[in-house]
Design a protein around this ligand. Structure first.
Ligand code: FES
Ligand SMILES: [Fe+2]
Length: 402
């Protein structure tokens, strides 16, 4: 085959690459003109966003007790690698041993507690050495090297391994339970969502871009715009608008719940049921998948990349967001590089300057006491559903009578 005859690389995935449940959800999407959002009555008191006491209950019952997403597997793809993670207020160390197994430890040396690894880049290391006195640990957490070991009386290295936390990799996401004493109970994770992510290529994706956002807003206010399409044609009118507002339709998605996790499948502006008859289309150019993984993670597909975001609360009014952009593979030609880098800039702009900013202004506005509760409409029906998932573990706050 001559150079000219080489088929251009195709990006994206066909409908047939998805699993039966995803295909069924896509086939349930009505024509845009037939989408009829219901009228609903749902409210939540503003104190679920403002109260430090409520946040402390969420922290104890959910963020320190249940599995939380730490990072996409793609950030640590290679066996024999190590990475620090500090987003949850606990210094963590993620390792992938030489057999490929991911593990989670406290990033604290068992000599005097020094931080073993700083920063957030992945390192290709077969061991981890503490910068302070150079105790060395294996990627399985065993203490394997102690300088001047003979000067410790009655000391056995095996008595001081790194402190391990329960960890599980599922659907291309590394999950952990942030309590070293907790049972490794990951039963809340969804096998269906793990399968969905495998069919979307997430476990084998390439980690193209990463950015940490620091927001002055409650973490749930940061989650909210990813649970509803009500704002899209309105808040994003100046950013997405010029690209053709018909990219996104003013409809409610097909919502499927898997335990406390939610999958929202929606047709983009260009979607008509007939497009599904063409086996060659990139299904992600017509369909958006948005997953809200309990408690604090959002995964959204775009035609040529996938966004993975963890909204990590620091306090009632502060949230760190880890934004990861995953692509099918590393860009292997200038056109792909151009497409990915432009997309990375645009998405940071849309999420950062619009969605996240709206969360911050809402937090500030709610803090004024302007309203006693927030009210949700049928275009936002996934939001109260998401709160019901939280309320299964944290007692709901009463709504003041009108
Ligand atoms: S604190 Fe790590 S070796 Fe001393
Ligand atoms: Fe948005």
């Amino acid at each position: 085959m001559s150079v000219q005859e080489v088929e251009p690389r195709r990006y994206g995935i066909p409908l047939s690459a998805l699993n039966a449940s995803q295909i069924d959800a896509i086939r349930r999407i009505p024509r845009h003109e037939d989408s009829k959002p219901p009228a609903i009555e749902a409210r939540r008191p503003v104190d679920i966003f403002l109260s430090e006491d409520y946040w402390a209950k969420e922290r104890d019952a959910i963020f320190r007790a249940k599995p939380v997403a730490i990072a996409p597997s793609a950030v640590l793809p290679e066996p024999g690698s190590v990475m620090a993670h500090d987003g949850y207020g606990i210094p963590l160390l993620i390792t992938r041993d030489r057999h490929g197994e991911a593990r989670l430890f406290l990033n604290a040396c068992t000599h005097k507690g020094a931080m073993l690894v700083e920063g957030c880049e992945a390192h290709k290391w077969s061991t981890v050495t503490c910068p302070y006195h150079a105790w060395t640990f294996g990627l399985d957490g065993r203490l394997i090297g102690v300088p001047r070991e003979e000067t410790y009386a009655r000391f056995e290295k095996k008595s001081r391994p790194l402190t391990q936390l329960p960890c599980k990799e599922s659907g291309g996401i590394i999950w952990g339970i942030l309590d070293p004493g907790a049972r490794a109970d990951f039963s809340i994770l969804s096998d269906q969502i793990a399968s969905d992510f495998e069919h979307l290529g997430i476990p084998h994706a390439h980690a193209y871009g990463y950015r940490r956002f620091e927001l002055d807003a409650n973490w749930k206010l940061v989650m909210e715009p990813f649970l509803e399409g009500y704002h899209v044609q309105r808040l994003h009118i100046n950013s997405i608008g010029p690209m053709g507002m018909d990219m996104f339709a003013d409809i409610i998605p097909v919502a499927d719940q898997f335990g406390p996790h939610l999958r929202q499948t929606s047709g983009r502006g260009n979607y008509k049921p007939e497009v599904l008859d063409d086996p060659k289309i990139n299904i992600k150019s017509y369909i958006t998948h948005a997953y809200n993984l309990f408690p604090n993670t959002v995964v959204v597909t775009s035609p040529y990349y996938t966004s993975v975001m963890m909204m990590m609360p620091v306090s009632a009014g502060k949230t760190l967001v880890d934004y990861h952009m995953l692509t099918e593979s590393a860009p292997d030609n200038p056109k792909a590089e151009e497409l990915y880098s432009r997309s990375f800039t645009i998405i940071q702009d849309v999420f950062g300057n619009e969605d996240f900013k709206a969360s911050e202004t809402c937090h500030r506005g709610l803090s004024t006491g302007a309203i006693p509760d927030v009210i949700y409409c049928g275009m936002e029906e996934a939001i109260p559903r998401f709160y019901e998932g939280i309320e299964a573990f944290v007692e709901p706050m009463p709504i003041a009578a009108e």
